[in-house]
Design a protein around this ligand. Structure first.
Ligand code: HEC
Length: 150
Protein backbone atom coordinates (compact mmCIF):
# COMPACT_ATOMS: atom_id res chain seq x y z
CA UNK A 1 0.00 0.00 0.00
CA UNK A 2 2.66 2.44 1.06
CA UNK A 3 4.63 1.58 -2.03
CA UNK A 4 1.62 2.39 -4.26
CA UNK A 5 1.40 5.83 -2.66
CA UNK A 6 5.07 6.28 -3.20
CA UNK A 7 4.69 5.51 -6.91
CA UNK A 8 1.69 7.80 -7.17
CA UNK A 9 3.59 10.69 -5.58
CA UNK A 10 6.53 10.01 -7.84
CA UNK A 11 4.29 10.02 -10.92
CA UNK A 12 2.61 13.25 -9.85
CA UNK A 13 5.98 14.83 -9.25
CA UNK A 14 7.19 13.95 -12.72
CA UNK A 15 4.00 15.29 -14.33
CA UNK A 16 4.36 18.50 -12.36
CA UNK A 17 7.93 18.91 -13.62
CA UNK A 18 6.84 18.42 -17.20
CA UNK A 19 4.08 20.97 -16.76
CA UNK A 20 6.41 23.47 -15.23
CA UNK A 21 8.92 23.38 -18.06
CA UNK A 22 5.99 23.33 -20.53
CA UNK A 23 8.30 23.38 -23.53
CA UNK A 24 7.60 22.02 -26.96
CA UNK A 25 9.46 18.68 -27.20
CA UNK A 26 10.21 19.41 -30.85
CA UNK A 27 12.17 22.47 -29.76
CA UNK A 28 13.57 20.92 -26.56
CA UNK A 29 14.54 17.37 -27.50
CA UNK A 30 17.08 16.98 -24.68
CA UNK A 31 18.59 18.39 -21.50
CA UNK A 32 21.58 19.88 -23.29
CA UNK A 33 19.50 22.76 -24.58
CA UNK A 34 18.49 23.69 -21.06
CA UNK A 35 22.06 23.25 -19.87
CA UNK A 36 23.40 25.64 -22.50
CA UNK A 37 20.67 28.16 -21.67
CA UNK A 38 21.61 27.95 -18.00
CA UNK A 39 25.26 28.42 -18.96
CA UNK A 40 24.37 31.51 -21.05
CA UNK A 41 22.27 32.87 -18.18
CA UNK A 42 25.27 32.55 -15.86
CA UNK A 43 27.31 34.55 -18.34
CA UNK A 44 24.50 37.12 -18.54
CA UNK A 45 24.51 37.35 -14.73
CA UNK A 46 28.28 37.90 -14.67
CA UNK A 47 27.95 40.63 -17.30
CA UNK A 48 25.25 42.46 -15.32
CA UNK A 49 27.31 42.39 -12.13
CA UNK A 50 30.39 43.51 -14.03
CA UNK A 51 28.54 46.32 -15.74
CA UNK A 52 27.30 47.54 -12.35
CA UNK A 53 30.78 47.32 -10.85
CA UNK A 54 32.44 49.11 -13.79
CA UNK A 55 29.83 51.83 -14.27
CA UNK A 56 29.15 52.55 -10.61
CA UNK A 57 28.84 56.16 -9.52
CA UNK A 58 30.52 55.19 -6.29
CA UNK A 59 34.09 54.06 -5.69
CA UNK A 60 35.44 51.45 -8.11
CA UNK A 61 36.19 48.17 -6.34
CA UNK A 62 39.01 46.68 -8.41
CA UNK A 63 39.12 43.48 -6.39
CA UNK A 64 35.46 42.90 -7.00
CA UNK A 65 35.98 43.44 -10.75
CA UNK A 66 38.93 41.03 -10.72
CA UNK A 67 36.86 38.39 -8.99
CA UNK A 68 33.91 38.79 -11.39
CA UNK A 69 36.21 38.80 -14.43
CA UNK A 70 37.66 35.56 -13.22
CA UNK A 71 34.21 34.02 -12.83
CA UNK A 72 33.21 35.17 -16.30
CA UNK A 73 36.31 33.59 -17.77
CA UNK A 74 35.46 30.31 -16.05
CA UNK A 75 31.89 30.42 -17.38
CA UNK A 76 32.65 31.64 -20.91
CA UNK A 77 33.31 28.35 -22.70
CA UNK A 78 30.62 26.34 -20.91
CA UNK A 79 27.61 26.82 -23.26
CA UNK A 80 29.67 25.54 -26.18
CA UNK A 81 29.79 22.03 -24.69
CA UNK A 82 26.10 21.76 -25.58
CA UNK A 83 25.93 22.41 -29.32
CA UNK A 84 26.26 18.86 -30.57
CA UNK A 85 24.53 17.61 -33.69
CA UNK A 86 21.64 16.18 -31.61
CA UNK A 87 21.19 19.45 -29.65
CA UNK A 88 19.46 21.46 -32.38
CA UNK A 89 16.57 23.60 -31.18
CA UNK A 90 15.94 25.98 -28.30
CA UNK A 91 16.56 29.58 -29.23
CA UNK A 92 19.38 28.65 -31.58
CA UNK A 93 18.92 29.28 -35.26
CA UNK A 94 19.63 26.40 -37.67
CA UNK A 95 22.61 28.45 -38.90
CA UNK A 96 24.54 27.29 -35.81
CA UNK A 97 24.78 23.87 -37.47
CA UNK A 98 24.63 24.99 -41.10
CA UNK A 99 27.44 27.54 -40.76
CA UNK A 100 29.55 25.81 -38.17
CA UNK A 101 32.87 27.53 -38.99
CA UNK A 102 31.27 30.98 -38.67
CA UNK A 103 29.68 30.02 -35.35
CA UNK A 104 32.99 28.70 -34.06
CA UNK A 105 34.75 31.86 -35.16
CA UNK A 106 32.20 33.92 -33.16
CA UNK A 107 32.76 31.63 -30.18
CA UNK A 108 36.55 32.01 -30.40
CA UNK A 109 36.31 35.81 -30.75
CA UNK A 110 34.09 35.89 -27.68
CA UNK A 111 36.40 33.74 -25.57
CA UNK A 112 39.42 35.78 -26.69
CA UNK A 113 37.62 39.01 -25.72
CA UNK A 114 36.87 37.57 -22.27
CA UNK A 115 40.53 36.60 -21.85
CA UNK A 116 41.71 40.09 -22.85
CA UNK A 117 39.28 41.57 -20.37
CA UNK A 118 40.41 39.22 -17.62
CA UNK A 119 44.02 40.22 -18.28
CA UNK A 120 43.05 43.91 -18.18
CA UNK A 121 41.24 43.35 -14.88
CA UNK A 122 44.46 41.80 -13.58
CA UNK A 123 46.33 45.08 -14.25
CA UNK A 124 43.75 47.00 -12.21
CA UNK A 125 43.75 49.84 -14.81
CA UNK A 126 40.17 51.05 -15.06
CA UNK A 127 40.61 52.54 -18.56
CA UNK A 128 41.84 49.21 -19.90
CA UNK A 129 39.06 47.44 -18.06
CA UNK A 130 36.42 49.68 -19.65
CA UNK A 131 37.87 49.39 -23.15
CA UNK A 132 38.08 45.60 -23.10
CA UNK A 133 34.67 45.18 -21.45
CA UNK A 134 32.80 46.83 -24.30
CA UNK A 135 34.34 44.45 -26.83
CA UNK A 136 32.80 41.52 -24.92
CA UNK A 137 29.30 42.99 -25.30
CA UNK A 138 30.00 43.61 -29.01
CA UNK A 139 30.85 39.94 -29.32
CA UNK A 140 27.61 38.79 -27.61
CA UNK A 141 25.61 40.97 -30.00
CA UNK A 142 27.49 39.89 -33.07
CA UNK A 143 26.83 36.20 -32.39
CA UNK A 144 23.22 36.72 -31.32
CA UNK A 145 22.40 38.74 -34.44
CA UNK A 146 23.34 35.82 -36.60
CA UNK A 147 22.71 32.70 -34.52
CA UNK A 148 20.08 33.36 -31.85
CA UNK A 149 16.34 33.56 -32.34
CA UNK A 150 15.21 36.95 -31.05
C1 HEC B 1 29.12 32.28 -30.38
C2 HEC B 1 27.75 32.70 -30.17
C3 HEC B 1 27.31 33.35 -28.91
C4 HEC B 1 27.99 34.22 -28.10
C5 HEC B 1 29.39 34.76 -28.28
C6 HEC B 1 27.10 34.59 -27.04
N1 HEC B 1 25.90 33.96 -27.18
FE1 HEC B 1 24.31 34.11 -25.95
N2 HEC B 1 23.33 32.73 -27.06
C7 HEC B 1 23.76 32.18 -28.24
C8 HEC B 1 22.77 31.25 -28.75
C9 HEC B 1 22.89 30.45 -30.02
C10 HEC B 1 21.72 31.27 -27.83
C11 HEC B 1 20.44 30.43 -27.87
C12 HEC B 1 20.60 29.18 -27.03
C13 HEC B 1 19.42 28.24 -27.20
O1 HEC B 1 18.36 28.47 -26.57
O2 HEC B 1 19.52 27.32 -28.02
C14 HEC B 1 22.11 32.21 -26.77
C15 HEC B 1 21.32 32.49 -25.67
C16 HEC B 1 21.64 33.41 -24.70
C17 HEC B 1 20.81 33.74 -23.57
C18 HEC B 1 19.40 33.24 -23.35
C19 HEC B 1 19.26 32.04 -22.50
C20 HEC B 1 17.75 31.76 -22.38
O3 HEC B 1 17.37 30.61 -22.29
O4 HEC B 1 16.92 32.68 -22.44
C21 HEC B 1 21.45 34.70 -22.84
C22 HEC B 1 20.98 35.39 -21.57
C23 HEC B 1 22.70 34.96 -23.51
N3 HEC B 1 22.79 34.14 -24.63
C24 HEC B 1 23.62 35.87 -23.08
C25 HEC B 1 24.84 36.09 -23.70
C26 HEC B 1 25.79 37.08 -23.27
C27 HEC B 1 25.58 38.08 -22.14
C28 HEC B 1 26.87 36.96 -24.09
C29 HEC B 1 28.15 37.72 -24.06
C30 HEC B 1 28.75 37.99 -22.78
C31 HEC B 1 26.57 35.89 -25.04
N4 HEC B 1 25.33 35.40 -24.78
C32 HEC B 1 27.44 35.47 -26.03
C33 HEC B 1 24.97 32.43 -28.86
C34 HEC B 1 25.98 33.21 -28.32
Amino acid sequence: MKFTYFLLILALGITACERRTGQDPALYPNENIRDRQTAFKNIGGDMTLLSNAINTRGAIDINKIKQLANELSQHAAKPFDFFNEEDKGGKSRPEVWLQRPVFEMERDKFIASVERFNAAAGTGEIEQIRATFSSISDSCKSCHNHFKIK
